[in-house]
Design a protein around this ligand. Structure first.
Ligand SMILES: *[C@@H]1O[C@H](CO)[C@@H](O)[C@H](O)[C@H]1NC(C)=O
Ligand SMILES: *[C@@H]1O[C@H](CO)[C@@H](O)[C@H](O)[C@H]1NC(C)=O
Length: 357
C-alpha cells in the first residue's frame, strides 16, 4: 500500500485578499492530480448481486491511479493547529464540491469554514469521481479498493507528500459523508492508527440502499458530462428525485443550493452499490475520537424523526477515547447543502474544541 505521489497539474487558486466584515477569507488552495498507488482485494461481483454475508473479498487489485486533490492552507493562523490536517471524503453522487460548496461558499463551504478555524484541509474527488481516473466501475471502483486508496492518500498527507503541502502533519482529523463515512469506518477498522479523529456524517451502521437513488446510467442522464463513461457509472435522475433522497422538507434548504448541487452532481458505481456494506464493521482497535452526526430528516441514515438509531453507534468503537453523536434539526442527508450548514459546522468545531484538536 505504499503510495507514490507525483504532482501533474498544479493550479494555484487565489490568495486570500481583503476580509470584509462577516465574510470568511478565501484560503490559499492548490488543486492537483496526484498519482496514488494502492492494493487490496475486491469482490467478484460479476454476477451483479452483492456478495453473500460474511464473504471475504478475494480478487487482488492494485495499481497507480490519478486522483484529484485540493489542499488548502488555513486562512487564519492558529498555532496549535499548524500540524493538523482535515481530510474530507465525499459520498456517492458528489465530488469535491460536497465539502467545498461553490454556491455561497461563505455559508456552505466547510473547507472555507475550517480554514478560518486554523486548519489545513485536503479535499478530493474519490476514484471514479470528478477529474480522478474512471476505471472499471464494477471490478475496480468498489469499497475495499477505495479504502486502500484513501489510506494511501492519508499516509502521503501525513508525510507531507501532497501537492501544495510544505510540511508533515502529525494529527489527522478525517470527515466523511455517507459512503465516504463508510470508507473511513473501514480505514479505522483496518488501519486504526493513521487517523486521530473521525467525523462520520450521513451515516450509521444500518444497511444503506443506494440503488433507489442512483437509478440511471450517468451517460444517459447527462451525455455532455458523462457520455464517455461505462454503463456501470450511475447517477441520480433529476433535482426532484435528488431532493427526495438527500434533502429535508421544503423550507430546510434554499432551492438555489439544490440547483447548484444538481448542476455539480457526480456519479456512483455498480461496484460501490454491491459492496456498500463491506467497510461498515466495528473498529475494535481505534483509540481516537469519533463523532457521528446526522440530519434529523435523513431518510437514508435515520430510522425515525429523532434519529434514535444513532445512539447505538458508540458500541462499534469500544476502545475509542470518545464516541459521541449529534443530530442536526431540520436537515436531510446532504448536510452541507441545508440552511443549517453553519450549525452543522459549529457542532463539529465545538466537538473538536472539546477534544483538544
Ligand atoms: C468471477 O466469477 C465468475 C463466475 O461467476 C467467473 O467466471 C470469473 O472468472 C470470476 N472472475 C475473477 C476475476 O475471479
Ligand atoms: C424527475 O424524475 C422523475 C422520475 O423519473 C419524474 O417523475 C419527474 O417528472 C422528473 N422531474 C422533472 C422536473 O423532470
Amino acid at each position: 500500500m505504499s503510495s507514490v505521489l507525483a504532482a501533474l497539474a498544479l493550479l494555484a487558486a487565489s490568495l486570500s485578499a481583503f476580509v470584509n466584515a462577516g465574510v470568511l477569507p478565501t484560503p490559499h488552495c492548490v488543486d492537483s492530480i496526484a498519482h496514488i498507488s494502492a492494493s487490496a482485494k475486491n469482490f467478484n461481483v460479476s454476477s451483479g448481486t452483492p456478495p453473500p454475508d460474511g464473504d471475504r473479498p478475494t480478487v487482488p487489485v492494485s495499481g497507480a491511479y490519478r486522483l484529484q486533490l485540493r489542499f488548502c492552507e488555513p486562512s487564519v493562523a492558529v498555532k496549535k493547529r499548524t500540524d493538523t490536517l482535515q481530510v474530507l471524503v465525499h459520498g456517492v453522487g458528489y465530488n469535491e464540491e460536497y465539502w467545498d460548496v461553490s454556491f455561497q461558499p461563505n455559508t456552505y463551504s466547510y473547507a472555507r469554514f475550517a480554514a478560518a478555524q486554523g486548519y489545513a484541509t485536503l479535499n478530493m474527488a474519490r476514484l471514479g469521481y470528478g477529474k480522478s481516473d474512471h476505471p472499471d466501475p464494477e471490478s475496480i471502483v468498489q469499497s475495499p479498493f477505495e479504502v486502500a486508496i484513501i489510506e494511501s492518500i492519508i499516509k502521503a498527507a501525513r508525510a507531507g507528500r501532497i501537492p501544495g503541502a510544505t510540511r508533515k502533519f502529525d494529527t489527522i482529523v478525517s470527515l466523511g459523508h455517507s459512503y465516504g463515512s463508510r470508507l473511513l469506518n473501514g480505514i479505522i477498522a483496518t488501519e486504526p492508527t493513521i487517523i486521530d479523529a473521525v467525523v462520520l456524517s450521513g451515516h450509521t451502521h444500518d444497511p444503506l440502499d443506494i440503488s433507489l437513488l442512483l437509478a440511471e446510467p450517468a451517460r444517459d442522464n447527462n451525455p455532455a458530462r458523462f457520455g464517455n463513461l461505462p454503463v456501470g457509472y450511475i447517477t441520480t435522475i433529476n433535482a426532484t428525485t435528488r431532493a427526495e433522497g438527500f434533502y429535508g422538507s421544503p423550507g430546510t434548504f434554499d432551492p438555489a443550493a439544490l440547483a447548484s448541487d444538481e448542476a455539480h452532481k457526480d456519479i456512483g458505481t455498480t461496484g460501490e452499490q454491491l459492496t456498500v456494506d463491506f467497510p461498515v464493521t466495528a473498529a475494535p482497535e481505534f483509540k481516537g475520537d469519533v463523532l457521528t452526526v446526522n440530519g434529523a430528516m435523513d431518510i437514508l441514515s435515520c430510522s425515525d424523526p429523532t434519529c434514535s438509531n444513532i445512539e447505538k453507534e458508540a458500541m462499534f468503537y469500544p476502545k475509542a477515547k470518545s464516541a459521541e453523536a449529534a443530530v442536526i434539526p431540520a436537515t436531510g442527508h446532504a448536510l452541507t447543502y441545508h440552511l443549517s450548514a453553519p450549525k452543522f459546522y459549529a457542532t463539529i468545531q465545538a466537538w473538536l474544541n472539546r477534544h483538544g484538536y
